[in-house]
Design a protein around this ligand. Structure first.
Ligand SMILES: *[C@@H]1O[C@H](CO)[C@@H](O)[C@H](O)[C@H]1NC(C)=O
Ligand SMILES: *[C@@H]1O[C@H](CO)[C@@H](O)[C@H](O)[C@H]1NC(C)=O
Ligand SMILES: *[C@@H]1O[C@H](CO)[C@@H](O)[C@H](O)[C@H]1NC(C)=O
Ligand SMILES: *[C@@H]1O[C@H](CO)[C@@H](O)[C@H](O)[C@H]1NC(C)=O
Length: 283
């Protein structure tokens, strides 16, 4: 049921390795991304068969190169903005390094892959803690019932209540789990971002964030631009900065930036127990 959609919206996990390469000048030596299409910077381009690809127009129309890169966005995505916060280049896709026979992971790596699911995944936190990762960012499931793909199925254009209910349940389980993990794993520190509540706040007060359209996708065809996905034949809105959603499921570059800012420097209402900036400077 919600499984398919949830898999699109496994928001991002990122890992800071603080090890010997830790320097004062650079509080964060490298970032490792694990997640799905919200963070994918091109891994899926290397998959021979995947329905979750974005390496074709109109994706990327606002990217610096104006080309589709595999990011599910009109421009940059959350991985780019998170990396920029620390003055780091975006961690390269793992599969790009594999293809180049390049095994240097010192600059970080992205394992994020569009369509990656949460079910059946063994908890990666313990795999990575053993290798020296100590600082983690976890993000909750967003308001998955309010993406254009869900709204278009409701005659009134409203959100799917059931999907939102399960998203809330999932997050309610995740928060105490993280607290438990911290007490079990020595030296572990983390940031949790309440993506659901933050996105709900945007949806309720769009103009505060500069949005005038929070229901419809920017790129697509039909009602809410959500009947036909963002394919090369699709229309797209002239102004991407006033839309919350780029396509059926994914935010616009502007929305990714707003989310990344809230994760990095946001108030403890949505980003707790500490925000990403505080996490980076923690011992
Ligand atoms: C996922 O988990 C279910 C339930 O444990 C199992 O039946 C299924 O084979 C698993 N799928 C994969 C791909 O491992
Ligand atoms: C459709 O929207 C209405 C509100 O207008 C809501 O009551 C209803 O639950 C929604 N349908 C689904 C399937 O969530
Ligand atoms: C696009 O939308 C933003 C945000 O609503 C607005 O500030 C800007 O003026 C718009 N740009 C154009 C060209 O209409
Ligand atoms: C986590 O970070 C906070 C804020 O810097 C710090 O006070 C705390 O001691 C850190 N906890 C661990 C286990 O490192």
């Amino acid at each position: 049921m919600a499984n398919h959609l949830l898999s699109f919206f496994l928001w991002f996990f990122l890992f800071f390795f603080s090890g010997s390469s830790f320097s004062e000048a650079q509080s964060v030596p490298a970032i490792f991304f694990i997640g799905d299409s919200l963070l994918d910077v091109g891994n899926n381009n290397y998959l021979p068969v995947s329905y979750a690809k974005a390496n074709f127009p109109r994706n990327g129309i606002d990217f610096p190169t104006k080309e589709a890169t595999g990011r599910f966005s009109n421009g940059k995505n959350a991985a780019d903005f998170a990396s920029e916060k620390f003055g780091l280049p975006t961690s390269p896709p793992f599969l790009a390094l594999v293809e180049k026979n390049d095994a240097s992971f010192d600059a970080g790596v992205s394992f994020a892959s569009g369509g990656a699911g949460i079910l059946n995944s063994t908890d990666p936190t313990f795999r990575l803690h053993m290798y020296g990762a100590r600082k983690f960012l976890f993000t909750g499931v967003p308001v998955i019932g309010c993406v254009p793909e869900e709204r278009v199925k409701n005659e009134t254009g409203d959100c799917n209540q059931e999907k939102n209910f399960w998203a809330t349940k999932y997050n309610e389980g995740l928060v105490p789990m993280l607290r438990g993990l911290k007490s079990e794993l020595q030296g572990m520190n983390y940031t949790y971002f309440d993506t659901y509540s933050f996105m709900q706040k945007i949806i309720e007060n769009p103009s505060t964030y500069g949005f005038s359209e929070i229901k419809s996708a920017c790129c697509g065809l039909g009602t809410l631009k959500a009947v036909v996905p963002c394919l090369p034949v699709a229309d797209y809105c002239p102004n991407r900065t006033d839309h919350l959603f780029w396509d059926l499921y994914h935010p616009t570059e502007t929305a990714y930036r707003i989310l990344a800012d809230a994760v990095y420097d946001g108030s403890s209402e949505y980003t707790f127990p500490i925000n990403l900036r505080q996490l980076a400077s923690a011992p």
